[in-house]
Design a protein around this ligand. Structure first.
Ligand code: GDP
Ligand code: MG
Length: 264
């Protein structure tokens, strides 16, 4: 029996520039969530065989935090609207953008949360942080204080989340404003912070667009990979999706079902 997701028929196709056919590489290997050059082979196989379970219908919540004026809103707008410094929203409270991707042929969405400036008063509602899969901590590469504050932002974000389940990124913005000498100085500190936090480090410019798309492709791919692996683990040897494999020894199959992936 072959059934397609009902959502696929009502949603327009994913934009061409949101299709991720290959694994996006990290920015720096010394501060990366992992340094593999390709998707996890289990993930690739699962996508090829359409065994990704519910991942194709899932939305990963991504929150963006950091000091006021470091460039969080500009970063989101550069990626989502391909525009710089246009005032897209004058809303009060929290807001998010939905970005639909297609990773290895599977639909996958990011919900990118932006604040409406509450960081000025350090009074971000806990609902903003809650259930985030990805935390992006933003600092301004021309402002060392904003880097120093990144630890506090991390602490706040992790208070509402399972620290072991969150994927962390530390992102230096406004690269266009710093000279190579200035930049290399702050990068040294930023790499150290990233390593301590176990965050993946990136630097970019929302003004020029440098590294913005690469960065979000990386976020989407790592979030996707993690979700597929979790789905595969959850299902164990039970087949997910529509493909059922015939196993010669069914008692063996039922015994295997409860074992975590590490025992197989
Ligand atoms: N030169 C430059 N300016 C930027 C960049 N990103 C943001 N800005 C400026 O920094 C200011 C604050 O940006 P905004 O996105 O509102 O910061 P937020 O408070 O963190 O959301 C604005 O005046 C932007 O024009 C960038 O990449 N390069
Ligand atoms: Mg903002």
């Amino acid at each position: 029996m072959s059934m397609r997701s009902p959502t696929m028929s009502v949603l327009p196709p994913v934009r061409k520039d949101r299709i991720i056919p290959q694994f996006p590489h990290c920015f720096r290997e010394d501060a990366a969530l992992h340094i593999e050059r390709d998707f996890n082979p289990k993930v690739k196989a699962a996508c090829q065989e359409q065994r990704t379970g519910t991942v194709g219908f899932k939305i990963a919540k991504v929150i963006v935090v950091g000091d006021l004026a470091v460039g969080k809103t500009c970063l989101i707008n550069r990626f989502c609207k391909d525009a710089f410094d246009k005032n897209y929203k004058a809303t009060i409270g929290v807001d998010f953008e939905m970005e639909r991707f297609e990773v290895l042929g599977v639909p996958f969405s990011l919900q990118l949360w932006d604040t409406a400036g509450q960081e000025r008063f350090k009074c971000i509602a806990s609902t903003y942080y809650r259930a985030a899969q990805v935390v992006i901590i933003v600092f301004d590469v021309t402002d060392i204080a904003s880097l120093e504050h990144s630890r506090q932002w991390l602490e706040d974000a992790l208070r509402e989340n399972d620290p072991t389940a969150v994927q962390l990124f530390l992102v230096g913005t406004k690269k266009d404003l710093s000279s190579p000498a200035q930049y290399s100085q702050i990068e040294r500190d930023a790499l150290q912070v990233a390593q301590e936090m176990r965050a993946e480090y990136w630097t970019l410019s929302s003004l020029t667009g440098e590294n913005v798309k690469e960065f979000f492709f990386r976020v989407a791919s790592l979030a996707f990979e993690t979700n597929v692996l979790a789905e595969l683990e959850k299902s164990g040897s039970r087949q997910i999706g529509n493909i059922v494999r015939i196993q010669s020894n069914s008692s063996h199959l039922s015994k295997k079902r409860k074992q975590p992936a590490c025992c197989q």
